[in-house]
Design a protein around this ligand. Structure first.
Ligand code: MN
Ligand code: MN
Length: 295
C-alpha cells in the first residue's frame, strides 16, 4: 500500500475511533436516538472526515442497518443493548468501526465476549491467513462464552469509496480458500446472539445507496439519483438526509427507484428468534503486525 493511502486510512481511523468513544456518552436511558445519530455524524465532519455511511444505531435483537427516521422521537430504554456502527472516509479511504453499549449491566458478558472475539480475530490479520480460519476463531471464542455467532453476517474488504469489496471475513468456519494479503484493508466485525444466530430482513429500511444509474423522467427521482451519485459518491445514505421531497412522497419515489433497480435499500436486520445481539468492529490493515486503524 502506498504511504499516502495508508495515511488516509490512518486519519479516517483516528477520527472514527474518537467519534466512537465520544458516542458512549450519547447512549443513555431517555436520550434521543436521533440526537445521538446527528451528533455522531456532525462530529465526523468537525474532525475533518466525511461520513462513509449513516451511523447505524441498532437496539437489542436488531443487528445492523437501523438508523433513525427524520423527526424520529425514540429514546434509549433503561435496558437496551445498543450497537453503534459508524464509518468515516478520507478521500474515499474508509474506517468502519462499531461498539456495543449494554445499558442493562446484566448483559455486559455479551459485550466482553464480542470484544474478545474481535481481538482474537485481529491477531490473525496477517498475510497468508485463510479467512475461514478467522471465522473458526471468532465462532470458538463466542461459543466458549455461551453464545452463538451470527452466521449470515460477515466482515469485508474495503475499497476506495466501496464498503464491501473482494473477500468476506466470516464469523463462522468456512471452507473458503481466500487468503489475506499484505496491505489489504479489512473490517472485521463479529456479531453474537442470545437467539438463533441467524438474522432476517424486516420491512423497515432507512438506508439506501445508488445501485445502477438509469434514465428517469420524474424530476424528484432524478434529483435523488443525482444526490446519490454526486454528493454521496455511491456510498450509503440515510433517508433522513434527503431534505426534499420528504415523508410519503419520498417513500413513493424510493420504492419506485428500488423496483427499477436504481436504488438499493438496506432493510433492518434482526435475529430470527429475536435474541439480543452484540457486535464489535475494527478496520485493520493486513501486515505481519496488523495495523488497527480504528484503535
Ligand atoms: Mn460497520
Ligand atoms: Mn463493516
Amino acid at each position: 500500500m502506498d504511504d499516502d493511502i495508508l495515511e488516509k486510512y490512518l486519519l479516517a481511523g483516528k477520527i472514527a475511533s474518537q467519534v466512537r468513544e465520544e458516542s458512549r456518552k450519547l447512549v443513555a436511558p431517555g436520550k434521543s436516538i436521533l440526537l445521538a445519530a446527528e451528533t455522531i455524524e456532525s462530529r465526523i465532519i468537525e474532525l475533518g472526515g466525511k461520513i462513509a455511511f449513516p451511523v447505524n444505531i441498532s437496539l437489542n435483537e436488531f443487528a445492523a442497518h437501523c438508523t433513525p427516521k427524520a423527526k424520529d422521537d425514540s429514546v434509549f430504554g433503561d435496558n437496551d443493548v445498543v450497537k453503534v456502527d459508524l464509518g468515516v472516509h478520507v478521500d474515499g479511504y474508509i474506517a468502519d468501526t462499531a461498539i456495543t453499549v449494554a445499558l442493562d449491566k446484566t448483559k455486559q458478558n455479551m459485550v466482553t465476549a464480542i470484544e474478545r472475539a474481535l481481538k482474537n480475530a485481529i491477531s490473525m490479520a496477517t498475510p497468508g491467513t485463510k479467512t475461514g480460519d478467522i471465522g473458526t476463531v471468532i465462532s470458538e471464542t463466542i461459543e466458549s462464552a455461551g453464545y452463538r455467532p451470527v452466521s449470515n453476517l460477515s466482515g469485508h474488504m474495503l475499497g476506495k469509496y466501496t464498503i464491501h469489496t473482494g473477500i468476506s471475513i466470516p464469523n463462522i468456519p468456512t471452507k473458503s480458500n481466500e487468503i489475506l494479503s499484505e496491505g489489504d484493508a479489512i473490517a472485521i466485525e463479529p456479531f453474537l446472539s442470545e437467539g438463533s444466530g441467524y438474522v432476517k430482513e424486516t420491512n423497515d429500511a432507512e438506508i439506501c445507496r445508488l445501485a445502477s444509474e438509469k434514465p428517469e423522467r420524474s424530476p424528484h427521482a432524478r434529483e435523488i439519483i443525482r444526490i446519490a451519485k454526486e454528493k454521496y459518491r455511491g456510498l450509503p445514505f440515510a433517508l433522513r438526509w434527503i431534505e426534499r421531497p420528504s415523508g410519503a412522497l419520498l417513500s413513493t419515489i424510493i420504492n419506485q427507484l428500488v423496483m427499477r433497480g436504481i436504488i438499493h435499500r438496506y432493510p433492518f436486520l434482526r435475529d430470527s428468534e429475536k435474541g439480543f445481539i452484540s457486535q464489535a468492529e475494527h478496520t485493520v490493515i493486513v501486515a505481519d503486525e496488523p495495523i488497527i486503524t480504528t484503535k
